[in-house]
Ligand binder design. Structure first.
Ligand code: AHR
Length: 625
């Protein structure tokens, strides 16, 4: 491998190259990065009409002691369903309540992670025409142990109208699969609505589950594309994500059933929170809007014909993100605690809709409306421009690839022959899928690494790339593989997650010219070289990354031309290798570090270096300058 490191010889990789794509799939958001512990907090998941299914809320008590029903008496206009709890027992008799009382519990998303010493804020809305004494408790999985509790005692005059109550609970013990309980031993009727339980300790205090977002921060994403994916489209348009219903006070959000991935979300993670997450991560938000075409496009009615209301929704969404705090929608954002505008510069019109009837027509309407109102916004088309020129205006085009490991490795050359002029590519979804991937194999990660090296080398025509899907709650696998797997309290990265760490420093780095000189084994090799500056200590690095996709070890001589020898600290140079005993090796909750990169000191650093690349391996050499 010959690397040209002489001054001024490289080219800058776009600052934006590597980022993340967040989709509400696999309970990535609801029951995932959004730290809300209660599922179905407004009792609307069964629909807006009553009687409504209140799942996963369940009864504590039996038919003779308590009657649960739903009615439409809530004080919140967009979500009228409330829970009516009629208690037939008390402590005096004739019907005695069981010890601990009767009521309801919510197990959250397959159990709430309640940890000793940690604080939880519970907020609920109650109404009653009688005096109330309600225990608000965090309890163990089966309710047998109370981990934290507090009582709401109020006279009928205090709660005869809907009243918001906040309770802080500190857990005295740990149960990773706990639940929230609302119980009483007083006869009478109590209505409940909009019940929330949040851990106080969240990422930057803004409501995101800390350990999960820290995993994102570790791969230094330069952008975040959200909120889908097919989730944006809805199987039917009526079930698509509608941003206006996801902003404002959480209690007032109606929630919706995402019919592509088939689950309810309370939309606690709404448009505002996505923008906030982007800001927290220092990543550019990339907002995917619905262009009036549903996922399956089952009926003509599933295409908006004039699209004027959806176009207005799109324009309003930009005003929400960027408008002055006294503009119509900017003021809603400001009221949510963010008077400064968000840095929204990219909008994708639709998701995977290019082949669908009416896409071009709809796209052009949305494109012109958006360009007219916000000329600086970069607009992303769904149509692939990598092998043929686009027939419509766009600043970027979307490219998705899910394929086998061999195909993915050879796709490293997909953009070698793309026209060097015209819109740039956004590879917003890539992953090895199918048998080669299992639920997150080393083989998949290796092929993806080869693909990403190809993207780096073609980054004169590619602006952005992100893996998909990002998250998977182990209790609701809708898609495999994924980058980060979690349950209520644990998480680990698949090899594809760890692979992305090798590219964390590439965005904005300088790509050096490098040439793999051919012999029989080089078709299974791909390599790139970058220089980059570590912002923490301002030191300069030369990084050479090589994928050996073949089944034999390769002895590689690396020659770095133009390397300023006296500026290199050879003793601080490292070699990081990602490999596995078996190609299909995966990480798991039991063995989260089975396939992770291993870093050692690299003693051979110099102008001429000999390295042995293990069979099926990814190697990164970092020379500190
Ligand atoms: O990443 C999972 C899905 O794959 C996305 O929702 C969609 O865009 C693609 O088909």
């Amino acid at each position: 491998l010959i690397v040209n490191a002489s001054e001024g010889s490289g080219r800058q990789i776009p600052e934006t190259l590597f980022g993340i794509f967040f989709e509400e799939i696999n309970h990535a958001g609801a029951g995932g990065i959004w730290a809300e512990l209660v599922s179905n907090r407004g009792f609307e998941a069964g629909g807006q009409s009553t009687p409504s299914n209140i799942d996963p809320w369940s009864i504590i008590g039996n038919e003779s002691s308590i009657i649960l029903s739903t009615d439409r008496s809530s004080c919140f206009d967009r979500n009228k369903v409330a829970l009516r709890m009629e208690v037939l027992c008390d402590t005096k008799g004739p019907k005695l309540c069981p010890a601990g009382g009767v009521g309801v519990y919510n197990p959250g998303y397959w159990g709430m992670n309640i940890e000793e010493g940690k604080s939880y804020k519970v907020v609920l809305h109650i109404r009653s025409l009688e005096d109330v004494d309600i225990s608000v408790s965090l309890a163990s999985k089966n309710g047998s142990q109370i981990l934290a509790t507090s009582n709401i005692v109020a006279s009928s005059s205090d709660v005869s109208n809907w009243t918001k109550v906040e309770v802080m609970l500190e857990a005295k013990e740990t149960d990773h699969y706990g639940r929230l309980q609302l119980t009483t031993t007083s006869k009478g009727v109590i209505w409940f609505d909009q019940v929330s339980a949040m851990p106080v300790d969240t990422y930057k205090g803004l409501g995101f589950r800390k350990e999960l977002v820290e995993m994102l921060a570790n791969i230094k994403p330069r952008f975040i594309r959200f909120p889908g994916g097919c989730f944006v489209e809805g199987e039917w348009l009526r079930n698509a994500f509608r941003w206006k219903e996801s902003v404002g006070p959480w209690e007032e959000r109606p929630g919706h059933f995402g019919d592509v991935w088939m689950y309810w979300t309370d939309d606690g993670l709404g448009y505002f929170e996505f923008l906030q997450l982007a800001e927290d991560l220092g990543a550019l938000p990339i907002w995917v809007i619905n262009n009036g075409i549903s996922h399956l496009l089952r009926l003509l009615a599933e295409i908006c014909l004039s699209c004027s209301s959806l176009m207005q929704e799109m324009l309003d969404s930009i005003e929400f993100a960027r408008g002055d705090a006294d503009s119509t929608w900017g003021s809603v954002r400001a009221a949510m605690g963010h008077p400064e505008p968000f840095n929204l510069k990219y909008v994708a019109i639709g998701n995977e809709d290019c082949g669908k009837k009416n896409y071009r027509g709809n796209y052009l309407k949305f494109y012109h409306a958006l360009k007219h109102a916000y000329p600086d916004i970069k607009i992303i088309s769904n149509c692939d421009g990598s092998s043929r020129k686009l027939d419509h205006p766009a600043d970027m085009y979307d490219f998705h690839i899910y394929t086998s490991a061999n195909n993915m490795f050879s796709m490293a050359h997909q953009f070698d022959h793309t026209s060097r002029t015209g819109p740039k590519a956004f590879v917003s979804e890539y992953a090895v899928t199918g048998n080669d991937a299992g639920t997150g194999s080393f083989l998949a990660a290796l092929a993806e690494a080869g693909f990403l090296i190809g993207l780096e080398k073609n980054s004169d025509v590619i602006d952005m790339a992100s893996y998909a899907p990002l998250f998977m709650n182990d209790n609701d696998r809708r898609w495999k593989p994924d980058a980060i797997i979690f349950n209520s309290w644990q998480q680990y990265g698949t090899p594809s997650y760890w692979m992305q760490k090798f590219f964390a420093e590439s965005s904005g780095a300088t790509l050096l010219n490098s040439l793999l000189q051919s012999n029989s084994s080089t078709s299974s090799l791909i390599a790139s070289a970058i220089t980059w500056q570590n912002s923490e200590d301002n030191s300069n690095y030369l990084r050479i990354k090589i994928v050996n996709f073949g089944s034999n070890p390769v002895r590689l001589n690396i020659s770095v031309d133009g390397l300023t020898l006296n500026s290199i600290d050879f003793s601080a140079s490292t070699k990081t290798v990602l490999t596995a005993n078996n190609l299909m090796d995966e990480n798991s909750f039991k063995e989260p570090n089975k396939v992770v990169p291993l870093q050692t000191q690299f003693d051979n650093a110099g102008e001429q270096m000999d390295v042995t690349l293990p069979p099926h391996s990814f190697t990164s050499l970092d020379l500190l300058g």
